[in-house]
Design a protein. Structure first.
Ligand SMILES: Cc1cc2nc3c(=O)[nH]c(=O)nc-3n(C[C@H](O)[C@H](O)[C@H](O)COP(=O)(O)OP(=O)(O)OC[C@H]3O[C@@H](n4cnc5c(N)ncnc54)[C@H](O)[C@@H]3O)c2cc1C
Length: 477
């Protein structure tokens, strides 16, 4: 009688976009024959939304056009077709920019991912456990996971997809952390509701989350002054005025030094300008060739790049939707929004107000100012991700995980296998999504996150095939 071997179990911790995309591609590549149980642990009700796409704020839009966001690398129009099929933009008068490109609300993208995953959930090919994982430990050659209630699950492979930790409150704000109008995590639903219409608001940080906050305040009828500060005082950039192909070749002979790469980028910017193109085309080329560029740089050069150009990279590479840019432009034009390169030197409560001394970055002068509310938008603290959740800290202490030396997330090798304290791979433990970007390079925007999820799904399948003497996965379907 043939023996019936139980299916191996793949546990995915975190069912935001990365975890959901990986589950979907694992299930899809298995076709009709199930080779493994795919279990996603995610406390949120819906898989696929995560931090970015679970917002219900109407002003929170995807920051690239819909036809550039897809669950399938070989089918970039998939989301755009979903929008047509479901008429999802019928009620959203502001969804289109003046050139016919759609920038739906982020929740709509979350609904698309959930809809694509739904058949796999109803067939049982993907299982969703609505729990937060509180422990992951080795159990012989397998893994033991525990949720907060103490329930234990055994898995053959584990993928960590817990990308965005809660933003950390800057230490300079510690003296006012209990003030009712200090918003430490602006991504929490209703976080801005404490801010009054006429409140003077200090926004700490000036990236995409700051743009979300300023639009969210506008939507609530806020009319008070807003000061947004960041290290360099740069503001989020919009998209190119016209469609442009990426410009520049940085990958056929990739640079091995950060300074050489930056020189080439500057030259490409000049050449692009001479051809009537904007900087967007060059940055798009760097981004699309990002993984080859990154792999060619030794660790010290990667770190140099992160240290010296990350703020510039972030504002040029992550762009805001035209609708969002219009709100910011108007707020700046009317003087309601000011942007400054400054640090917080000191803070104190003064009655119900918050007294802040700002240090100008260039002149080092000190300016005391009073605000009614402070909103932190410095973004998720990826560098400190291993201390953001006790189970990750314990995995690090057990030598299973280590911080990426670039400061960008969790260390892993080129198979996306986590690297332990001794630098050796923790076999069967994978990192999926933006936390792996220190190894893989640009890995935050959807196209790269999607490709990476497909890649890690294949790595997990290979690992199971190599280690469990299982039949190879059917990749044909
Ligand atoms: C606000 C914001 C807006 C963005 N907008 C865009 C955009 O418009 N276009 C674009 O291309 N990219 C955008 N991005 C980039 C974005 O990072 C990726 O697109 C993608 O959302 C990353 O998803 P993720 O699943 O890796 O991470 P996350 O969204 O952080 O998902 C991680 C999930 O893990 C779960 N989790 C955490 N801990 C545990 C635990 N212990 N047990 C179980 N589950 C756990 C969380 O509940 C969460 O759902 C945006 C990013 C942010 C932060």
């Amino acid at each position: 009688m043939p023996s019936i071997r139980p299916l191996p179990v793949i546990a995915i911790v975190g069912g935001g976009f990365s975890g959901a995309a990986m589950a979907l591609h694992l299930a899809k590549s298995s076709g009709t024959v199930r080779h493994a149980r795919i279990v996603v642990f995610e406390p949120r009700e819906r898989l696929g939304a995560g931090l970015a796409y679970s917002t219900t704020e109407a002003t929170h839009r995807i920051n690239v056009p819909a036809n550039k966001m897809s669950l399938y690398p070989d089918d970039p129009e998939s989301f755009a077709r979903y929008l047509d099929r479901t008429n999802a933009l019928a009620e959203d008068a502001d969804a289109y920019d003046g050139k016919g490109s759609a920038y739906p609300q982020r929740a709509v993208f979350g609904a698309y991912v959930a809809a694509e995953l739904a058949p796999y959930l109803s067939s049982g090919a993907v299982e969703h456990r609505r729990v937060a994982i509180a422990a992951v430990e080795r159990s012989g050659s397998r893994w033991s996971l525990q949720d907060a209630s103490g329930a234990t699950y055994i898995a053959d492979a584990v993928a960590l997809a817990v990308s965005h930790p809660m933003p950390a409150l800057p230490s300079s704000l510690a003296p006012i952390r209990l003030h009712p109008k200090v918003v430490g995590d602006a991504t929490k639903p209703g976080a801005l509701d404490v801010i009054g219409t006429g409140d003077r608001v200090l926004v700490v940080g000036n990236g995409l989350t700051a743009a979300d906050v300023i639009c969210g305040l506008q939507e609530r009828g806020h009319e008070g002054p807003i000061l947004s500060i960041s290290r360099r005082g740069m503001r989020s950039q919009g998209h190119a005025p016209t469609v442009q192909e990426p410009f520049g070749d940085f990958s056929s002979k990739p640079s091995h030094r950060a300074s050489h790469l930056l020189r080439r980028v500057r030259l490409a910017l000049k050449a692009a300008e001479a051809e009537g193109l904007t900087w967007h085309a060059v940055i798009d080329a760097v981004r699309s060739q990002g993984q080859v560029i990154w792999h060619s740089l030794p660790l010290a050069e990667r770190r140099r790049l992160v240290r010296s150009v990350r703020p510039y990279w972030d504002v040029h590479r992550f762009r805001i939707a035209p609708q969002v840019k219009a709100v910011l432009d108007e707020a700046i034009a009317t003087g309601r929004l000011q942007i400054r390169a400054a640090y917080i030197d000191a803070v104190a409560e003064r009655g119900s107000a918050i007294s802040v001394t700002l240090r100008d970055r260039r002149r080092q002068t000190l300016t005391p100012m009073d605000f009614d509310a402070v909103v932190v938008t410095t973004g998720p603290a990826h560098g400190g991700v291993l201390s953001s959740q006790p189970f990750l800290a314990r995995m690090q202490a057990a030598g299973l995980l280590s911080a990426c030396p670039t400061g960008l997330g969790i260390a892993c090798d080129l198979r996306a296998t986590a690297l332990g304290a001794d630098g050796r791979p923790s076999e069967g433990l994978f990192i999926v999504g933006p936390l792996a970007r220190g190894t893989f390079g640009e890995l935050m925007g959807l196209p790269q996150v999607t490709e990476h999820a497909v890649f890690v799904a294949a790595q997990v399948q290979q690992f199971l095939a190599d280690n469990q003497e299982l039949p190879a996965f059917d990749r044909a379907s």
